[in-house]
Design a binder for this molecule. Sequence first.
Ligand code: XLS
Ligand code: NI
Ligand code: NI
Length: 436
Amino acid sequence: MSTGFFKDIEPVRYEGPDSTNPLSYRHYNPDEEVMGKRMEDHLRFAVCYWHNFVWPGTDPFGGQTFDRPWFGDTMDLARLKADTAFEMFRILGVPYFCFHDLDIRPEGDTFAESAKRLNEIADYFSDKMEETGVKLLWGTANLFSHSRYMSGAATNPDPDVFAYAAATVKTCMDVTHRLNGENYVLWGGREGYETLLNTDMSRELKQLGRFLNLVVEYKHKIGFEGTILIEPKPQEPTKHQYDYDVATVYGFLRRYGLENEVKVNIETGHAVLAGHSFEHELATAAALGIFGSIDMNRNDYQSGWDTDQFPNNVPEVALAYYHVLKAGGFTTGGTNFDAKLRRQSIEPDDLLMSHVGAMDVCARGFKAAAAMTDDRVLSGLIEDRYSGWQRPDARKLLAGGYGLEAIVDYVNHNKIDPKPKSGRQEYLENLVNRYV
Ligand code: XLS
Ligand code: NI
Ligand code: NI
C-alpha cells in the first residue's frame, strides 16, 4: 500500500539522451551492456537512509525546513519511514540501500531496548527487501550523534563508552548479516580529538586498533562474508580524525595486522577535505590493495567543508570510475550516494530528481571511463612510459640483484646517460576530453 508521499509518481525509466522529462534517465540504462556487463551490475547504486529520511534540513543557523510525515520517535513512524524509503527505492529502480542503526529506529531507554527495536525494524526490512528485490549494500552504527560519544566511541577516555560502542556494533553487524548486507562500514566521526591538551593519542590509537580487531574477529565468528570497510575522513566533526585518508588508514591497518581483512569506503568530499582528489584516493587504495566501495557526492568548491552535494560534474566522475575500473571494478562494493538536498529543496520530488540527476551523471561518467579503458587511451601510454623496466638488467635493479656499488659499475660500464622524455600531460588531458 502506498504511503502517498510521492503522490502517484511512476517508476523512473530510461528514455534516452533526448528526453526532457525531469523524472527520466537519459544515460542510466540498467540493462545496457558496457564492457560485457549490465550497467546496473557495474555501478551498484545505493540510496542512503540518513540524508534522505533523517536529516531535517537544519544548518548551524537554522532549524528544520523539511516537513516529513515520518519525523518523530515512535516505532510506528519508523515503519512509515521504511515504507516511504522502499517506495523511493522502487520509483528510482536502485538495487541497494545503506543505513545507520539510528536512522532506522528510535533509540530506546536502555541498550537492550535499542537492540530490540533494531531487530524489529530489521524484520520489517526483511519482508520489504523480499517483496521489492532491493538489497543492502552496507549497514553501520551511528557512533557519533549521541552525547555519550562526544569524546569518541572506540577512542573515548571512558572504557564504558568503548564497551557501549562495541556492543552496539555487534548488534549492527548481526542485523547487517541477517539482511545479507554485502559490506559493513565503520566511519569514525568522533575517533579523533578536539585538542591535544586533553588527549593521549598513543592510548587512543591502541583502543581503535583493538576495536577494529574485535569487529574482524566477530565477522569471522558469525561467518559474515561481506567486506569490512573503513571510511576515511580527515576532520569534521572532530578537528582531527585518526582515519585521515586512505594512506593513513593503510598504515593503521598494517600496524594492527588487518591489511588483508579491511578495505576502504572512499567518499568524494572526504578526499577533497584531505587535500586530495577523489581519484588520488581511489588510485592509492588500488595500489595498496584495499579498494572497497565509494560514497559518491561532491563538495562545494568554495566553502571548504563536507557539503555532501549530489555529483554533477561528468569529467570528474569519469576519472573516478576510470580508477574504479582500473582497480578491477566493484566486487562487494558499490556507488552509495552519500548526498543530501539543499535545505530549500523541500518537495518530495526533489528527493527523486537529485538521485535521477546523480545516477545519470554517474552513468555518463562511467561510460566515458569504460570507453577510455577499452580504447587503452591512457594505459597504452603508461605501459610505454615504464617499458624500460621490462629489460632484464632493469629487472635486476628491483629484484635485489645489485647493491649500490654494483649499480655504480653498471652505470659506468654501460655509459648510462639518461635523456629526458616528455610526460605528455596536455596531450593526455586532451585525449580524456574527447571522451567526456
Ligand atoms: C560522514 C560520513 C558518514 C558515513 C557513514 O561524513 O560520510 O555519512 O558515510 O557513517
Ligand atoms: Ni560517507
Ligand atoms: Ni561525508
